[in-house]
Design a protein around this ligand. Structure first.
Ligand code: B12
Ligand code: SF4
Length: 506
């Protein structure tokens, strides 16, 4: 038998989402292969579930999606165990970690194939070839595999026609894992769905993992097709809010406006990721239509307070420091919350420069908060993108940094923290700098608790603001233990940047 397991490893205890990665690849094989979903977020013992399936002897393929960080904790040991206990099963990985760390994955000896970027055509073609006993895998685009000792990367193909792809098998997912369990209460609504409408991104920010996969290409579904799925989630499953998980949902103003007009009557709230320089070009009228249609918050990579660094990150040219400030003010006018993310601790020529930049960024973030106090701030520590062979990787290697060579080394705690951008392991960032950034973040989060945590009461917000006031005003960020204790035990504060928005099942 040639059945397929599609596995989504555990990602977040505080609010997993509809597993769109495996849902979309399932769509590509649904007509020709029997498959089951296994979601590590929804199982107490996902290995047992996988094992039960494999013990039937009916399964030939194990497809696993892998992003960096916690997903590796199940992806690596489970795939290895399958190789040891079920050697005839073919292990296929997809997702950002798999594509960007393909050599390490394939050299492990237990990952047989890596889907390089979009899997919608590559996956069914690969299964067909294996089933037919053919081995001319070179003919399949977007595939990486090992032939004798050589790693072969086949031609890269961008699937532009998103409207031509098959419908998502929501009904099958609903049978394996009731969709109700994925629609959670967040600050957006009581039943928040996750949707992914486009692939790639037209920009080339130098630190971004999307760039090596999509090489500045972007294509979305039409507004009508996006609406069709969202309407289904609203009408059949009671969704009242949507998180758009696209890398860049807002590239096409016309599409966004059309979608807004279609969805307006449903009174939902929604959130997505965009670029400041792109949305700054939107007409006022478009921003108003979006807000009226429920667009509540947009995530932006503001990144830095320094125009030269923005330029160096390839953000520059179009995105400037002045624009970041003006745009925060403009969004206030439309009552759309800008969620600005900053990357602190980027490599510069001298230690003094790195330190100065960190302090400049902190001052800038405070300025943004003065311009528009509703602006949400997300702070990341700079981590080089784990992309083997990239120019940036070569540069950081020269600075003494390197990624693990063995797949299982990614399971070490320090690499997990690296993935979560909590501990960058980068030689130019000294411990006192990390302390400063993390101390500031703690004080800032106390002074301006995130709007996305709907569980915080008015009283809790007030107490946090008061207790962090002196530190915030006087720039004393060292050892903010009193705030950490409050956040941990009283507020059970969670980190939107690594776990997504606060969620609970309803
Ligand atoms: C949803 C999401 C999450 C959720 C996890 C949800 C879940 N899986 O349960 C949460 C919020 C928990 C999360 C967290 C993190 N995430 Co995340 N996440 C995403 C996001 C926004 C959407 C993923 C998705 O559903 N895509 C939709 C599907 C349809 O697209 P796709 O995954 O690319 O799938 C296609 C192909 O890749 C391929 N494919 C993928 N999997 C498979 C599997 C098989 C078998 C096959 C054949 C093909 C295949 O085929 C699919 C169809 O073409 C992406 C960005 C993005 N737009 O993709 C970031 C992203 C994957 N996350 C990223 C990161 C870094 C993280 C974190 C590690 C760190 C952080 N600070 O954000 C954390 C921590 C990880 C954790 N807790 O596990 C990065 C990865 C970058 C990198 N360096 O590789 C991304 C790309 C965001 C970014 N631009 O930086 N994340
Ligand atoms: S705009 Fe966002 S998704 Fe696009 S390349 Fe830059 S960081 Fe990546």
């Amino acid at each position: 038998m040639n059945k397929v397991i599609l596995f989504n490893p555990f990602a977040a205890k505080n609010g997993y989402r509809i597993p769109n990665s495996i849902l979309q690849v399932a769509a590509s094989i649904q007509d020709n292969y029997e498959f089951v979903f296994v979601d590590g977020n929804r199982e107490d013992d996902p290995w047992q579930k996988i094992k039960n399936h494999l013990d039937t002897g009916e399964f030939k393929f194990f497809g696993c999606t892998v992003m960096p960080g916690p997903q590796l904790k199940q992806a690596i040991p489970f795939t290895k165990r399958i190789r040891e206990e079920y050697p005839n099963v073919v292990n296929i990985w997809g997702g950002y970690f798999a594509s960007n760390q393909c050599n390490t994955a394939l050299n492990s000896g237990f990952v047989d194939f890596v889907i390089n970027g979009q899997g919608d055509y590559a996956f069914p073609q690969l299964l067909d070839k294996i089933v037919k006993g053919e081995n001319n895998f070179e003919k399949i685009n977007n595939l990486i595999f090992k032939k004798e000792e050589e790693i072969i990367k086949t031609r890269k193909e961008f699937i532009g026609d998103q409207n031509g792809l098959p419908d998502f098998p929501y009904d099958k997912l609903n049978r394996d894992y009731p969709l109700k369990g994925y629609l959670k209460k967040t600050f957006l609504g009581k039943k928040t769905a996750a949707y992914h409408a486009s692939f790639g991104c037209p920009f080339t920010c130098s630190f971004c993992a999307v760039v090596p996969i999509y090489n500045a290409r972007w294509k979305s579904k039409s507004a009508e097709n996006i609406y069709k799925d969202i309407k289904y989630l609203i009408e059949e499953h009671g969704a009242d809010a949507v998180e758009f998980h696209d890398n860049n949902f807002f590239v096409n103003e016309k599409m966004v406006v059309e979608f807004s007009k279609l969805v307006k009557k449903h009174n939902i709230k929604w959130w997505g990721e965009g670029r400041i320089d792109t949305i700054n070009k939107y007409k006022d009228e478009s921003l108003q239509i979006m807000r009226d249609a429920g667009c509540k918050m947009i995530f932006f990579g503001a990144e830095s307070s320094n125009d030269d660094i923005l330029e160096q990150m390839d953000k520059g040219g179009t995105q400037t420091v002045q624009q970041i400030k003006d745009f925060a003010a403009r969004m206030k006018q439309f009552d759309i919350i800008p969620e600005y993310s900053f990357v602190l601790g980027i490599p510069l020529e001298t230690e003094e420069k790195v330190w100065k930049q960190i302090n400049d960024d902190i001052a800038f973030i405070k300025e943004i908060k003065t311009i528009n106090p509703d602006t949400e701030i997300i702070i990341y520590l700079y981590s080089p993108v784990p992309t083997e062979g990239s120019e940036l990787y070569e540069t950081v290697k020269k600075a003494g940094f390197s990624f693990p060579e063995k797949l299982e080394d990614w399971l070490n705690t320090e690499w997990e923290n690296f993935d979560l951008r909590r501990n960058p392991l980068t030689p130019w960032l000294k411990p006192y700098m990390v302390d400063r950034i993390q101390g500031f973040e703690t004080v800032l989060n106390a002074h301006y608790p995130t709007a996305s945590d709907y569980k915080l009461s008015g009283l809790q917000r007030k107490v946090m603001k008061l207790s962090s006031s002196i530190r915030y005003k006087t720039n004393i960020y060292r050892w903010p233990y009193e705030l950490k204790v409050l956040q941990k035990f009283w507020l059970r504060y969670r980190r939107p940047e690594t776990e997504g928005f606060a969620m609970e099942e309803v």
